[in-house]
Write a protein that binds this ligand. Structure first.
Ligand code: ADP
Length: 430
């Protein structure tokens, strides 16, 4: 708001100062021109001042050669009562409304110098400059006064043109300032909305972090009591009781997974996840993960195998624990979402600088319209095939975040009901 007022005010002040300086310069120029005309005419008339006929003929000749802006030229002589009366001159019968004429004459006479004042032509209202200067006779004695009326029309037109140009420039400047301010206000609005959004996000992240931490201890407690009960430490149970207890224990496992995924999400989002990047052989990590998941694959009758397309020994730059987590998620999902067929893990080179680990399955696949949202938090594909499969919808988000934090990339390709292929690409450290 301050700028809306201050900038145009500054511009107006500067404009006013500029125009008045311009006007002052023009005034000086007009006055100098008047004095020059005075001097020229004075010299031309000097030797004819006391010869009436000669003076009149000279005046008539001069009238034709003088510029159009000279509206009036009058020679005045002092009368007995100290007044000045016109004796000769040329004039387009102009009358000027100046009230100071006699005072101006006396001043010019008394001070022996040119005195100027502004007046108006009474008929045309044209602005004029009246300049009075003593005129000397050929012998160098003060003879009388000469008075010139110079038109200021041209001068006024120039000033008014400058003023209107300045007003247009100022309007454009004000418009630009308003546009800039509008933009500024909009950007400020976006910034504050973003700030609010970020603040909300932070509250949500903090809540997830605190809630997950607080949930961990009671879940561990519940799980240990349940396992003691299952072991019969508090007396024997009926078969139905044991089955309920097993179900309760399975549910606490889901809860533990959810809490641990949520903790990872908040650690990644708050930049608290630590990474120890080393050169490692991806085959070692793949082997460990495959070993830990092979029992589950066997249970489902799925063949789980590793195919290395590499002849030479390769190393990649990654954090071992996080790579393990990435592969556990991808291979675990491949086993989880495949009911028959196989899961292949393929290791191959991508150019000279990258190594790709591919996880292919012959499972349920992903509908094309769901592929985009797979890596979002809590996103799961809801279908008949996935209804009974347990999951948090956080695994792929964590996988993508961990991969990218280690300068890797993740890709997915899938054919609905035919199978999926997830691949992670890491920099080759060799
Ligand atoms: P979830 O814990 O639900 O498995 P993820 O983030 O790991 O969470 O996966 C998100 C969703 O992506 C899953 O719910 C599933 O619908 C789909 N998905 C992931 N991997 C596969 C796969 N190999 N085959 C088919 N669908 C998959």
């Amino acid at each position: 708001m301050f700028l809306v007022v201050a900038i145009p005010a500054m511009l107006a002040g500067y404009g006013w100062w500029m125009i008045s300086s311009f006007q002052r310069l023009l005034n000086i120029e007009v006055q100098e021109r008047a004095v020059l005309i005075h001097d020229t005419l004075g010299v031309s008339l000097q030797d004819s001042l006391d010869h009436e006929d000669l003076l009149l003929s000279r005046l008539m000749r001069l009238e034709k050669s003088i510029g159009e802006d000279v509206l009036d030229y009058t020679l005045l002589r002092r009368t007995g009562d100290n007044r000045f009366e016109p004796v000769a001159g040329f004039s387009g019968e102009h009358i000027f409304d100046s009230v100071f004429t006699q005072t101006q004459y006396s001043l010019a006479w008394g001070r022996h110098q040119a005195i100027a004042s502004a007046a108006r032509e009474t008929r045309t209202h044209e602005r004029v400059l009246l300049v009075t200067k003593p005129i000397l006779s050929a012998s160098g004695q003060p003879w009388g006064l000469a008075n010139i009326a110079l038109s200021l029309t041209l001068h006024d037109e120039l000033v008014s043109r400058t003023v209107s140009r300045f007003v247009i420039a100022m309007l454009i400047a004000v418009l630009l300032v308003l546009l800039l301010l509008g933009n500024h206000v909009r950007i400020f609005g976006y910034a504050s909305a973003l700030h609010k959004h970020e603040a909300k996000d932070k509250i949500k992240d903090d809540f997830i972090s605190v809630a997950s931490h607080e949930l961990r201890t009671p879940i561990t407690g519940i799980r240990s009591f349940l396992s003691l009960m299952m072991e019969g430490k508090f007396g024997s149970l009926t078969d139905e009781g044991k089955s309920f207890l097993r179900e309760a224990f399975a549910q606490t496992s889901r809860l533990t997974n959810l809490v641990s995924d949520m903790l990872d999400v908040s650690r990644i989002e708050q930049g608290r996840m630590e990474f120890t990047i080393v050169s490692l052989d991806p085959r070692d990590v793949i082997r460990d993960v495959v070993t830990s998941l092979s029992y589950r694959a066997q249970e489902k009758g799925i063949a789980l195998d590793v195919v290395s397309e590499l002849n030479e020994h390769v190393l990649i730059r990654a954090d071992r624990t996080h790579l393990q987590r990435i592969l556990t998620n991808l291979i675990g999902n491949a086993v989880k979402y495949t009911s028959k067929g196989n899961v292949h893990i393929i290791l191959r080179k991508s150019g000279s600088k990258h190594i790709t680990i591919l996880v292919q399955d012959t499972g349920i696949g992903i509908p094309p319209d769901k592929i985009e949202m797979l890596f979002q938090k809590f996103s799961r594909v809801h279908s008949d095939e996935t209804r009974k499969v347990q999951g948090t919808g956080l695994g792929l988000w964590i996988t993508k975040a961990l991969t990218e934090k280690m300068d890797g990339k993740i890709y997915v390709a899938s054919m609905y009901r035919r199978g999926s292929e997830f691949s992670v690409v890491f920099p080759n450290s060799a």
